[in-house]
Ligand binder design. Structure first.
Ligand code: BYC
Length: 311
């Protein structure tokens, strides 16, 4: 028992000294489990996140837009792969990770359970959804677990391109016809509140935050990151000459931040329970991909086995 305590103390001391924890280092079981939970949810979010955008590849309005969208979606597949690899270093297999997604045991970000109804949604997703993701992920580059932190560095570089392309798309629409402006405003209206929910519950209702912050997995609380996001977007929307759908949004001189209205946590909880507009559709698409990809996995395994025999 006393050895266990001292191991934990030494572990916490390394974290406090800003040393990275690597896969072969001793770690408390709860730290390992928390990381598997968070990294796998993150990986699943990248992979499920390809679906709402994939919906628009065939309908992109120009070759240039199609190329940019394809590149963004391919990046997301890559992010999923780095993240699954990072999770595997904690002693869980890729197959187990997928099974947890397909059985509904593991979560993925609530945001991907909303539909992409118009082309302007590609702009709103890039600007707001990737914008929220970056706000969260820049902090994760300093996560105490080495493989996750390193994966995040590359992910963040690619995400900032995604956000720029989303903003540029909306900027183009904002200078277009009245119909194009209305389409852009409608997309912003629909994606604003779900993007705010991406940061997770308020700090007082976030069961994991305190421990994750002690372990320096999370560097900032959900509410701190959400506020940074509001402060950034409230300024950028001025460039678009559009509005955010929040009558309570206003600069608070005393706080040095924007105040904003109440989030509908009932909606968030319903989406988490599987009752969002697209939850069933998203999981059905991932199950279909898994089943239809079985022959590829089998062929790859057979090829690997054959190569091993010939070595
Ligand atoms: N959606 O105690 P809390 C992207 C869950 S995708 C669903 O605050 P934690 C992109 C939470 O898991 C970017 N569930 O938890 C891809 C927990 O439930 P469990 C995705 C949520 O972990 C394609 C419970 O609520 N980013 O970039 O300390 C196209 C209590 O929450 C959500 C990441 O995954 C949510 N929004 O903090 C475009 C970042 N929020 O697990 C873009 C990595 C909370 O006990 N993840 N929950 O069943 C994190 O930073 C943290 O896990 C969170 C939550 C801030 C999300």
């Amino acid at each position: 028992m006393s050895t266990q305590v001292s191991l934990e103390e030494r572990f916490q001391a390394r974290i406090d000294a800003e040393q990275k924890i690597e896969p072969k280092d001793w770690m408390p079981e709860a730290y390992r489990k928390t990381l598997i939970r968070q990294i796998s949810q993150h990986a699943h979010s990248e992979v499920v996140g390809m679906l709402p955008e994939g919906n628009w590849i065939t309908r992109a309005p120009s070759l240039r837009r199609k190329v940019a969208l394809l590149a963004k979606i391919q990046d997301e597949a890559g992010h999923g792969l780095y993240l699954y690899s990072a999770a595997e270093t904690l002693g869980i297999s890729r197959e187990e990770l997928y099974n947890e997604l397909l059985s509904g045991k593991a979560k993925y970000s609530s945001i991907f359970n909303y539909p992409t109804l118009t082309w302007a949604d590609m702009g709103a997703v890039g600007w707001l959804v990737d914008g929220a993701a970056i706000m969260n992920q820049v902090a994760l580059c300093k996560c105490s677990y080495g493989p996750y932190a390193r994966a995040m560095v590359r992910v963040c570089k690619e995400e900032s391109f995604h956000q720029r392309q989303g903003f540029e798309l909306l900027l183009t629409l904002s200078k277009g016809t009245p119909e194009q402006r209305a389409m852009a405003q409608d997309a912003i209206n629909r994606w604003w509140w779900p993007s705010m929910m991406m940061f997770g519950p308020n700090d007082s209702d976030s069961p994991h935050s305190a421990q994750s912050m002690r372990w320096k997995i999370k560097r900032y609380s959900n509410d701190t990151l959400r506020q940074k996001f509001v402060d950034m977007i409230a300024e950028q929307i001025k460039v678009l000459n559009m509005t955010l759908p929040d009558p309570d949004l206003r600069w608070n001189e005393e706080r040095g931040h924007y105040d904003f209205g109440a989030i509908d946590w009932t909606e968030f909880n319903e989406v988490l329970k599987g009752n969002g507009p697209c939850n069933r559709e998203r999981l059905a698409a991932r199950r279909k991909a898994w089943e239809e990809g079985a022959w590829v996995r089998e062929a790859a395994m057979a090829h690997a086995a054959k190569r091993q025999q010939s070595v």
